[in-house]
Design a protein around this ligand. Structure first.
Ligand SMILES: [Mg+2]
Length: 367
C-alpha cells in the first residue's frame, strides 16, 4: 500500500484506507449522534446498548440525525467544492445555509447559543456580508454574557478536519473561522482546532496500528493553539480533569466545549482499556478489532455523557477518522438519515455523507 506523506502540502491521491477514514468522519459522527438522540432529554433511560428509537428534542424518527449532523452538512455542501473556509466568500455560504436551516428547511432542535446568533441575523441572510454579521452577533452575545463556549461549534466541526488534509495550519485556521461564526469564546474555537487536527492527522497517518488512544491525542495538536492558552490546554490533558487517569469519571457539564471534547478523548482511553481485554483484540483480525473498538467508543460516549447526541457526534467524528467507516455496524449505517433534504425533497442518507466527505477531502488536497 502506498502511504501519503502526512504533512506534505502536495500529498497527492488518498489510499483506500485513508478514504475509508475520510468517509468515517461524517458517518460515525451521524451514528454517534443518532445513538444519543433518544436519551438526550433524559426521559428515556439509557440501559444497555443504545437503541434505534428516535424521539429526543427534535422528535426525530428512528435513525434520524439531529442538529449536530444537520449543521455539519451545511458546512459540507460548501467544503465539497474545495472552498477556503478562512475567506468570507465561503463563510457567507455556510452562514446563509444555517439561516435557511432555521427559517426554511425545518430545523426542530437548535442549541440556545446558536439560535440566539442565527435569530439575530436571519432576516438579512440574503444580503452580502452575512458571515461578518453573524460573527458580530456572536461577539455581541459573548460581550453580554461572557459565556459562549458551548459545545455547539464543536458538534458540527468534524468535516472541517477534512478540508485541507495536507496542511495543519490551514486546517486549524478553517476550524477557528467556522467556530467563530457562532461562538466567540476562544475556548470553543480551540476545541474545534484540536478536534480538526486529530481528524486530519488520523486520516493522513498510515493504516490503524491498533492503539485507539493515540487517535485522540490532544497533546500532539497544541502547537496550533495560541501561546497564551496552550498551557491551559496542556494542563487539562496532562494531570488535569481530562488526564487519562480520569477515564472513568469524565467531567460533568458537557455542554461546555472543553468538557465535551474531554468526553471524546476519555472515551478513547476507556475503549483502549476495555478493548484490550476483548477476545477480538487477541484474534489479530484488524477489521474485527476495529469494529469492536468503534462500538466501545460510541457506546462509551453516549453512556458517560449528559448531552448524549452531541458527545456521540463529537466522539464519532474522531473515531471515524481513526477506525474508518468500515468499522461501523451496518445496521446503524443503513438507518441514519436526515436534513438537509436533497433537491428532490428526500432525506440525506449514509451515501450522501460518504460522498460529501470524499469530495471535501479530495477537493482540498489539490489546493
Ligand atoms: Mg443534537
Amino acid at each position: 500500500m502506498r502511504l501519503a506523506n502526512p504533512n506534505s502540502a502536495s500529498a497527492g491521491a488518498l489510499t483506500d484506507s485513508q478514504l475509508d477514514r475520510v468517509e468515517g468522519v461524517l458517518l460515525a459522527q451521524a451514528v454517534g449522534d443518532v445513538m444519543g438522540v433518544p436519551y438526550e432529554p433524559g426521559e428515556v433511560p439509557l440501559e444497555g446498548p443504545a437503541q434505534l428509537l428516535g424521539g429526543g428534542f427534535g422528535d426525530y424518527a428512528p435513525g434520524e440525525w439531529s442538529d449536530d449532523t444537520q449543521m455539519s452538512l451545511y458546512i459540507a455542501e460548501i467544503t465539497a467544492t474545495g472552498a477556503d473556509l478562512t475567506e468570507d466568500a465561503a463563510l457567507d455560504e455556510i452562514a446563509r445555509g444555517w439561516c435557511r436551516w432555521v427559517t426554511v428547511d425545518g430545523a426542530t432542535d437548535v442549541g440556545a447559543q446558536t439560535r440566539a446568533v442565527i435569530d439575530a441575523v436571519a432576516d438579512t441572510a440574503a444580503a452580502p456580508g452575512i458571515a461578518a454579521r453573524m460573527r458580530a452577533a456572536a461577539a455581541d452575545l459573548h460581550a453580554r454574557t461572557g459565556r459562549t463556549a458551548g459545545n455547539g461549534a464543536l458538534m458540527r466541526n468534524g468535516v472541517v478536519g477534512l478540508t485541507r488534509l495536507g496542511d495543519r495550519s490551514a486546517t486549524a485556521a478553517a476550524a477557528r473561522a467556522v467556530a467563530e461564526l457562532t461562538h466567540a469564546d476562544p475556548l470553543a474555537g480551540d476545541a474545534c482546532v484540536i478536534q480538526a487536527e486529530m481528524i486530519r492527522a488520523n486520516v493522513m497517518a498510515p493504516a490503524w496500528q491498533g492503539m485507539p488512544y493515540f487517535g485522540a491525542n490532544a497533546l500532539a495538536t497544541l502547537d496550533l493553539i495560541p501561546a497564551e492558552r496552550r498551557e491551559y490546554w496542556h494542563d487539562l490533558f496532562d494531570g488535569g480533569i481530562l488526564d487519562a487517569d480520569h477515564y472513568q469519571t469524565p467531567p460533568a457539564g458537557d455542554g461546555f466545549a472543553v468538557h465535551a471534547l474531554g468526553h471524546a478523548t476519555l472515551a478513547f482511553i476507556f475503549a483502549n482499556r476495555a478493548g484490550h481485554r476483548s477476545a477480538a483484540a487477541m484474534s489479530g483480525d484488524r477489521g474485527e478489532v476495529a469494529r469492536v473498538w468503534m462500538n466501545l467508543l460510541l457506546d462509551r460516549a453516549v453512556q458517560a455523557s449528559q448531552d448524549k447526541d452531541t458527545v456521540g457526534a463529537i466522539t464519532g467524528a474522531i473515531a471515524g477518522s481513526y477506525l474508518g467507516a468500515s468499522a461501523l455496524d451496518p445496521q446503524w449505517v443503513a438507518a441514519v438519515h436526515g436534513l438537509p433534504r436533497r433537491s428532490d425533497g428526500t432525506d440525506r442518507t449514509a451515501a450522501d455523507l460518504r460522498a460529501l466527505a470524499r469530495a471535501t477531502a479530495t477537493a482540498g488536497l489539490n489546493r
